[in-house]
Design a protein around this ligand. Structure first.
Ligand code: SAH
Ligand code: SF4
Length: 347
């Protein structure tokens, strides 16, 4: 049966369902209130709904479609990384990051990743499939439920290249920001990309104030070619041209993310070149010291990281360093999923 995801269902879709059930269409609003205001997705918990309607909802939709299969809790802070098992037994990860009064969720957009950056656990076996908008919304609801509060910020920095799943990602962005649904500010949502130019241009065309983050990782194309495979790698100049268009359309400055890899992209000269690029494009720099996985890459020493940060900042660019969080055993993006796949294939 071709079931939809209740989490991504539109009011129109719910109205059609209700009419088929012989129910008044105004109940669509009540169902959406349960999902968006009370953040309850399972019809069985929608206690003021008639029992036959709850059963019919459960029959017609995935509600929910996934379950938390694994939790990696950091002893140092309150960060929790969850592995979600999807309806087809595939997995993705999301990270729940509370900071004071605020809650940030790091969400995935695909199962696996077609880009396959050489340092990243997410792309190891390529792309398995795109997530549906409803599955992305379920990640969001799962993260809120885990933290027991509403979410303030979302970063699409989990598994996958979201801009290569643009249709479903943009539907999810719509649901998250629409006043009838979750009403989040687009400014509080960051879309990170390895530099997929057609996707950046599509995001720009939405003309909404989403925050764009470009995973640059190198100030020149030659170094970058050693990190990101050819198949989906665009020249830096083209990426930044597209990012500038996005900035000018949305009025939002973008960020250059830079995963620091020892001996590859961590020299002082590269830091200076990065700083100049950032200045020229009015972009901010966010340094991410590498979380080691099974790849050949190593994390630079603390001294090298600090020297890089100082040299980039000396150019006048704004430089931040990603706060190191998360359970050490699975800090790297995509690691829980890869570990689970290994366990499965060993059985
Ligand atoms: N595909 C998108 C978004 C997901 S990856 C992108 O590449 O931007 C989000 C960020 O996590 C990227 O900047 C990526 O470089 C970084 N990342 C992935 N694995 C990492 C690791 N093991 N250590 C440090 N950063 C990592
Ligand atoms: Fe994909 Fe991003 Fe990982 Fe590269 S860093 S493989 S684009 S998830």
């Amino acid at each position: 049966m071709n079931r939809n995801f209740l989490a991504g269902a539109s009011a129109a879709e719910l109205k059609t369902f209700l009419t088929q059930q012989g129910q008044p269409a105004f109940r669509a609003k009540q169902i959406l209130d349960w999902i968006c205001q009370k953040q309850v997705l399972d019809p069985e918990e929608m206690k003021n709904r008639p029992a036959p309607l709850r059963a019919a909802l459960k029959e017609a939709f995935y509600a929910p479609s996934c379950r938390v299969a694994e939790r990696a809790v950091s002893a140092r802070d309150e960060v929790v990384k969850l592995r979600l098992e999807l309806f087809d037994k595939e997995s993705v990860e999301l990270v729940v990051i509370p900071a004071g009064e605020r809650l940030t969720l790091c969400l995935s957009t695909q199962v696996g990743c077609p880009v396959g950056c050489r340092f990243c656990a997410s792309g190891v076996n390529g792309l398995v499939r795109n997530l549906k908008a409803g599955e992305i919304i379920e990640e969001f609801l799962t993260g809120c439920a885990e933290a027991g509060r509403k979410c303030d910020n979302i970063v699409f920095m989990g598994i996958g290249e979201g801009l290569m799943n643009f249709e479903e990602l943009s539907r999810a962005l719509d649901i998250l920001t629409s006043p009838e649904y979750f009403n989040m500010s687009p400014r509080r949502i960051t879309v990170s990309t390895s530099g997929f130019v057609p996707g950046i241009l599509k995001l720009a065309a939405l003309e909404k104030e989403f925050t764009l983050a470009i995973s640059l990782h190198a100030p020149d194309d030659e170094t970058r070619a050693g990190i990101i495979p050819d198949k989906v790698r665009y020249p830096i100049a083209e990426i930044l041209r597209a990012a500038d268009i996005c900035r000018d359309r949305t009025g939002r400055l973008y960020t250059l993310e830079y995963t620091l890899l020892a001996g590859i992209n961590d020299s002082v000269a590269q830091a200076e070149a990065l700083g100049h690029l950032a200045r020229a494009h009015r972009a901010k720099i966010n340094l991410i010291p590498y979380n080691e996985t099974d790849s050949v890459f190593k994390r630079p020493s603390r001294e090298a990281i600090e020297a890089f940060e100082r040299a980039a900042a000396a150019t006048g660019a704004t430089v931040t360093r990603r706060v190191e969080r998360g359970a050490k055993s699975a800090a790297a993006c995509g690691q829980l999923r890869v570990n689970a796949m290994k366990k499965e294939s060993a059985q």
